[in-house]
Design a protein around this ligand. Structure first.
Ligand SMILES: CC(C)(COP(=O)(O)OP(=O)(O)OC[C@H]1O[C@@H](n2cnc3c(N)ncnc32)[C@H](O)[C@@H]1OP(=O)(O)O)[C@@H](O)C(=O)NCCC(=O)NCCS
Length: 334
């Protein structure tokens, strides 16, 4: 059968992150405010997690508001026009409506119309998934610039009496503008999932169960030790593979920015990966808490604010969480 030859698109050879933006919840919530219902202490939370306080958003502030603020900063710093953005990807696990997505509203608010806009749900790995997709979309010629956002208002899904995870969680959004580059700015993403541990982190019930009266309003819960062990053993291997795929070693890194799950996990990573003393480590969890998809871009934004000299250096980032899912890549810091 004869048929006309199709055209397939392709874009530039390389991509990079142009700029970052950040927005944290407006409320500072110290450990003292949470310990009553979970029979805990400021000392226990600091020692076991490294968290001193977390940021949460007021009732009237939504994940869309946080995402919009972070996105506006990233677009302005990137020096591009919003209408040059071809896709808006928001990673979130806390959109309070099943549909429509957060991303279309964010695209509208920042003037990135008529960009393709969609949400992804890859929990705490969501930002690394978003960066992988942005890199692929641009190199495939589907978008010139892509806005990647991790945005969470996890406090809407917190049970104050839950001892397993509630005290870890915070609210915030981090954004990155990804675009074409003259040099390699985003290495191959190592990503994957392990659904055999589907139950290790997640919700206490379903919306349908809530409607039928089978369960309370669903909130987050986890098997902390299972997640802890998986993160330390399996994720360090993933981070090493990401370094190998990037063709670099830990000695070449300027920064290491893992998902902000627990300071002890971050410290273990640093040991297992044998990071030199000179490598800057994202430790935003101390005052922001665990903001799931927002945690890596928030930590990156803060690291660049505190260490502007890191700009242009290589950062290894790794996200991991509910599903279980993981993603890791090396990026050139904007
Ligand atoms: C949640 C987490 C902080 C709990 O710390 P842990 O050291 O594993 O705690 P354990 O479950 O082993 O419990 C140790 C002790 O603390 C107690 N404890 C548990 N939760 C507590 C809390 N919130 N406050 C005070 N005490 C608590 C337990 O009862 C236990 O007491 P015991 O020794 O007298 O029996 C930790 O497992 C963790 O951070 N896991 C990974 C989290 C993560 O990355 N989540 C990712 C989602 S992306």
């Amino acid at each position: 059968m004869s048929r006309p030859t199709l055209q397939q698109s392709h874009g530039p050879e390389f991509t990079r992150i142009y700029a970052m933006g950040a927005a944290r919840g407006d409320l500072v919530v110290p450990n003292e405010d949470l310990i009553g219902p979970i029979d805990s202490s400021d000392e226990w939370i600091r020692k076991r997690t490294g968290i001193i306080e977390r940021r949460r958003a007021s009732a009237e502030v939504t994940a869309v508001d946080l995402a919009t603020a972070a996105a506006r900063e990233a677009i302005e710093k990137a020096g591009i026009r919003p209408d040059q953005i071809g896709a808006v990807i928001v990673s979130t696990i806390s959109n309070p409506v099943v549909t429509p997505s957060i991303s279309t509203l964010v695209a509208e608010r920042v003037g990135a119309t008529p960009a393709a806009a969609y949400d992804i749900e890859a929990a705490c790995a969501g930002y690394t998934y978003g960066i992988a997709q942005a890199d692929s979309l641009i190199r495939a010629g589907l978008a010139e610039y892509v806005l990647v956002i991790g945005a969470e208002k996890l406090s809407d899904f917190v049970d104050p009496a839950d001892r397993s995870i509630s005290f870890l969680l915070g609210d915030g959004a981090g954004a990155a503008v990804v675009g074409p580059s003259d040099f390699a700015g985003i290495s191959k993403t190592i990503w994957g999932s392990d659904g055999s541990k589907w139950d290790a982190v997640g919700m206490t019930g379903s919306y349908v169960g809530f409607r039928r009266g089978d369960n309370e309003w669903p909130t987050m819960r986890q098997e902390g030790q299972t997640v802890f062990r998986w993160a330390v053993w399996e994720m360090a291997k993933v981070a090493k593979r990401a370094l190998d795929e990037a063709g670099i070693t830990a000695d070449d890194l300027t920064a290491f920015i893992p998902h902000q799950a627990n300071m002890r996990i971050i410290d273990e990573f640093a040991k297992v990966l044998k990071l030199p003393e000179s490598v800057l480590i994202g430790r935003d969890i101390e005052t922001t808490g665990n903001t799931s998809a927002a945690s890596i871009p928030l930590a990156t934004h803060r690291l660049l604010q505190e260490h502007p000299e890191a700009s242009g250096g290589l950062a290894l980032q790794i996200g991991f969480g509910a599903g279980l899912v993981f993603g890791s890549q090396v990026v050139v810091l904007p």
